[in-house]
Design a protein around this ligand. Structure first.
Ligand SMILES: Nc1ncnc2c1ncn2[C@@H]1O[C@H](COP(=O)(O)OP(=O)(O)OP(=O)(O)O)[C@@H](O)[C@H]1O
Ligand SMILES: [Mg+2]
Length: 422
């Protein structure tokens, strides 16, 4: 925000006292100005058109037109406006619908002054720092994502347990999707502290995610083109910083902005996601079209998977967003996949076999198995996964995955505080 410019806020609530109270709370904030008040959804739609507020505080239950219908109508007429839904406890279903309607944030009544200020500034900042739409002709090797300029898909490869193969599967999957579709594929090393895609793919570059994080306000095709490293498969790779100290400089907001920009440029953005519930991982998971969730037939991994599925439900990720994939599948572990399915009450959608030493060899050579051993059974398994994702993933994006993405994109305060807010 430039000096002297204020965040223009509209308050929508049918209770006059609530409107007045909110206005009083905002009165002394130098950077915020209440420019309009409405007592129902219909009035809000008309006023929003006239007054063009930056942020709207919207009640849900109102006579004549409710807050969700109003949000939908307002977002259609002006998609840049930021709507914060105000609700009372226990209106989770409404909240979900509100998020689908395009609301950016929600506050539970009674609303504390602090939460109110924070939310308004946060959504306003989000709107102003969103990556600029990419304009101009395609640079070498990079073109507009998806036919007809549609957004690409973000595929997070993730496991709540470290060491189960997330990085090798992400790398091989990216190459396999590229081979299968010839579309534009990016691979992101979101392990900003201990990334290892550069080793797995034998890539060397001094340009890393840091170079995009430092310039999130300038993310455009040229910058992306300049920073991503081209693998021989034509997959474009965003490498992790060379050391954890520099990795610490990359925040979850950076990751969100970078993924947002990449999905404008690429048809598929595959993300090697750190095995944690820290903000950086959550940012990736929230934004993903699909989460390829890896598990192995080991008790501690299965336990973590169970916990993750519970968390995914609490975060209201649609079931089809989370795709369970068994890695290093083998019948020599003493645990059967069917028993795991019974235990976690979810289907394992796909299995990738155990390539044993050949996987280690491929890592040491820096040549992904899908290139070095194209007829290997594990490569066939990866091919099935690539086909499944490149053909079937799209329908999940639009409505069902949009809600948690939009909603959660506002919350950068860690898993715990997000869950207790529900
Ligand atoms: N399908 C497979 N067959 C054989 N070995 C595999 C397979 N998948 C992964 N591995 C092996 O598992 C080990 C861990 O792989 P990787 O580094 O990809 O795991 P990760 O989940 O990314 O680990 P971290 O949590 O440390 O990032 C490696 O030695 C790799 O060779
Ligand atoms: Mg890894």
């Amino acid at each position: 925000m430039s000096d002297g410019e204020k965040i223009r806020v509209m308050i929508v609530d049918d209770i006059v006292d609530t409107r007045d109270q909110l206005e009083k709370l905002l009165f002394f904030e130098k950077d915020i100005e209440v420019i309009a008040k409405a007592s129902n959804g219909r009035e809000a739609v008309a006023l929003a058109k006239q007054q063009r507020p930056d942020v709207i505080l919207m009640d849900i239950n109102m006579p004549d037109m409710d807050g969700i219908t109003a949000t939908e109508a307002i977002m259609t007429q002006d998609p840049t406006v930021q709507v914060i839904i105000m609700s009372v406890q226990g209106e989770t279903d409404y909240l979900r619908r509100a998020m689908l309607a395009g609301a950016r944030e929600f506050l539970t009544k009674p609303i504390s002054a602090d939460d109110l200020y924070k939310s308004i500034r946060h959504v306003y900042k989000l709107a102003t720092t969103r990556p600029r739409p990419v304009v101009g002709g395609a640079g070498p090797g990079v073109a507009v994502a998806g036919e007809g300029g549609a957004e690409g898909q973000i595929i997070a490869v993730f496991s709540p347990k470290g060491g189960v193969g997330t990085s090798v599967v992400a790398a091989n999957l990216a190459v396999a999707i590229r081979q299968l579709t010839s579309k534009k594929v990016a691979l992101v090393d979101a392990n900003v502290l201990f990334g290892d895609l550069s080793v797995i793919l034998n890539l060397r570059s001094d340009k890393t995610i840091i170079d995009l994080a430092q310039r999130v306000d300038e993310l455009d095709r040229d910058l992306i083109n300049d920073v991503l490293t081209t693998h021989t498969s034509q997959v474009k790779v965003l490498l992790a910083p060379p050391d954890p100290q520099r990795g610490e400089l990359v925040s979850s907001d950076h990751i969100r902005a970078i993924l947002e920009a990449l999905k404008q440029e690429f048809d598929f953005v595959i993300v090697d996601t750190p095995a944690s519930f820290q903000d950086r991982s959550l940012a990736v998971l929230d934004m993903a079209t699909r989460i390829v969730t890896l598990l192995t037939l080991e008790m501690h991994c299965i336990r973590n998977i169970k916990l993750f599925l519970e968390v995914a439900d609490l975060l209201e990720y649609p079931h089809e967003k989370v795709m369970l994939v068994l890695n290093k599948a083998s019948n020599r572990t003493g645990i059967r996949a069917e028993d795991v399915e019974k235990n976690i009450q979810r289907k394992i959608q796909l299995q990738i076999g155990d390539a044993g030493q050949e996987m280690t060899f491929s890592i040491n050579q820096g040549v992904p198995l899908v290139i070095g051993k194209p007829t290997h059974q594990v490569v066939r398994d990866l091919g099935v996964l690539a086909r499944e994702l490149s053909t079937a993933a799209k329908p999940v994006t639009a409505a069902s995955a949009a809600a948690p993405t939009t909603e959660a994109a506002q919350k950068s305060s860690g898993l715990f505080s997000r869950l207790i807010k529900r």
